[in-house]
Design a protein around this ligand. Structure first.
Ligand SMILES: NC(=O)c1ccc[n+]([C@@H]2O[C@H](COP(=O)([O-])OP(=O)(O)OC[C@H]3O[C@@H](n4cnc5c(N)ncnc54)[C@H](OP(=O)(O)O)[C@@H]3O)[C@@H](O)[C@H]2O)c1
Length: 293
């Protein structure tokens, strides 16, 4: 089966392409310069030309803070761009796998968020992603939407790389401890998505919403401490001697984040019979891969 992948040079996209190939798909990887998903005519043309058996959409406007200022751009990509792809999927008779975010939640749930929990985004980014979910679901019945959280990978910009850089420059880091979620290695998510695509190829019809993150729970502070411990253990050069936990209020950012956005993954585990690695073991693996590059 042919798989069309958008945003193919992004963090998740660049992990997805080789994993889909390894899973036996013929992959049409389209980077942002090859296909702007906010251009509906270009999307239709690209899908007509590629004739995919499945479309996978990791492309997104992911600048969470800048989105507060660039609302139109965030919606053009995350809402209308997602809809353009879903409409093209409908027209060409193929399903779509779309990726969304834990930032659709307001963080007030006392327990891990299941797929049917009420969404109430706190930021423009979260609202634009929620709009995209709704538009995808309305445009094509044959859709799978996977919400994920705190993504990091070997490619792209992310918290792990930021902490490694800061820890190599400074003796003391101050990191927020009152936001709780789950770090997720993009390679693990890509493996899960490739598995979903295989299941669809085999005739399964798993249409609907799923949550995927690594196992476990952490604050950004916990995550930063783990990054430094693991990086030091494999000989990455660090100047940092101390990490201080601080409150979100001490590090104000333009976009509000959910205080608690742990995802309940029971549905994806049961439907696709998958085991999900713990964030701690995946972080170690990712750091070794990063060091080996
Ligand atoms: N990163 C996270 O922590 C996180 C957490 C939860 C959910 N997610 C979701 O997970 C998915 C993958 O995120 P990621 O971390 O891999 O993001 P990423 O590294 O920022 O990759 C997104 C890709 O989309 C491309 N893109 C942006 N605008 C586009 C457009 N108009 N047309 C086509 N491509 C466009 C970007 O290209 P340029 O670089 O050229 O702009 C980039 O290659 C997204 O749906 C995101 O919302 C991410």
């Amino acid at each position: 089966m042919k798989a069309l992948v958008t945003g193919a040079k992004g963090q998740l996209g660049s992990d997805l392409v080789p994993l889909l190939e390894a899973a036996g798909f013929e992959v049409e990887p389209l980077s942002s310069s090859e296909l702007d998903i906010s251009d509906s005519a270009a999307v239709l043309e690209a899908v007509k030309k590629a004739k995919p058996g499945i479309i996978i959409n990791p492309a997104a406007y992911t600048k969470v803070d800048l989105a507060e200022k660039e609302k139109d751009r965030a919606y053009a990509v995350n809402a209308n761009g997602a809809e353009n792809l879903a409409r093209a999927a409908k027209e060409s008779g193929c399903p779509i796998v779309h990726v969304s975010t834990d930032f659709v939640f307001d963080g007030r749930s006392p327990v891990p968020c299941a797929e049917d929990f009420e969404a109430n985004p706190l930021s423009v980014y979260g609202a634009s992603k929620l709009a995209g979910e709704k538009l995808v679901a309305a445009a094509v019945a044959e859709h799978v939407i996977v919400r994920t959280s705190w993504l990091y990978g070997v490619e792209g910009h992310n918290f792990v790389k930021t902490i490694l850089r800061l820890a190599s420059e400074r003796e003391v880091l101050r990191i927020v401890y009152d936001q709780t979620g789950t770090p997720t290695w993009s390679a693990d998510l890509a493996t899960a998505i490739a598995g979903i695509c295989k299941a669809i190829e085999a005739g399964k019809k798993p249409w609907g919403m799923y949550h995927y993150s690594n196992e476990g729970v952490a604050s950004w502070y916990d995550f930063a401490v783990a990054i430094c411990i693991d990086a030091a253990s494999i000989g990455m050069p660090l100047k940092c001697r101390r990490i201080e936990p601080i409150l979100t209020a001490e590090y104000p950012l333009p976009a509000m984040r959910p205080a608690y956005s742990v995802l309940n993954k029971a549905k994806i585990k049961k439907t696709f019979d998958i085991e999900i690695p713990h964030w701690r073991s995946s972080l170690s693996k990712m750091l070794k891969e990063l060091k080996g590059r």
